[in-house]
Design a protein around this ligand. Sequence first.
Ligand code: APR
Length: 273
Amino acid sequence: MSPLDPDALEPEALDRAADILTGSRYAVALAGAGMSKESGIPTFRGEGGLWTRLGEPPLNQYQTFASDPARWWERRIEEGQQSAQSEFALALEAAQPNDGHRALAELEEMGILAHLITQNIDDLHRRAGQRSITEIHGNRYWMRCTGCGARWPREEFIVDPDHLPPTCADERCGGIVKSDTVMFGEPIPAEALHRSALETAQADCFLTLGTSAVVYPAAGYPIDAAQRGVPLIEVNPEDTPLTPLATVVLRAPSGDALPRLVEAVRARREGRS
Ligand code: APR
């Protein structure tokens, strides 16, 4: 049966996952690009992924930026129009939250999902109503000071092409400003790392949703939870390195699995199941 066939979602796996979540008081989730696939945003890896098709980008982006921030900004302004027309940028601009994002926000509303760590920069979880979120790889709609960590909405931060690189609005800092999106090789802001570790340490259930679980430190949080004996629920049409650690695997798209999982938990709470 094709993994993308909605009936591929085994009823026993769904029941088991719903039983675990119904008994949970502090579930934590790690989301990856697969969560946004059904919003039209391509994944990076796995079947049909951007990098599966086009090859990986240079992994020294941050070193290139840090070695000459002014030149990096000049190139970003020069290539602005062209990069805005890339497949990925166009998909991000057009994307809307999908049923998987909405189901995750419902799970928070129900008092089951306490915190979401997302690797996605597309803001779709927040737009779906999720409130307790760590965007461990940043958010494309924000700018960030690499000195003090201050952040501003992208549209509020005016970049003067005659004064590059842009620097922090706080003159006492003077740090260099870049997009909030974390580049390969860039240190993840300490506050995001601290919060992710703190929430993982409190989890009584951990969900990994649409992630290939190959990028650290993000992929380490579900492993830390599983090693503490916390039940791990994986939602992914494909196997990942976390599959052997999973208590339950929902081998289906998140936009299909998560709404059905929330409905099964709701049925248990209302005594209908
Ligand atoms: N629903 C759920 N999962 C899906 C779906 C779907 N509809 N379609 C594909 N997937 C799964 C794929 O099987 C794959 O395991 O989503 C996963 C996407 O993996 P990646 O593209 O590697 O994305 P992610 O895990 O978020 O990558 C982590 O690496 O590329 C960098 O910084 C980038 O944040 C990203 C990080």
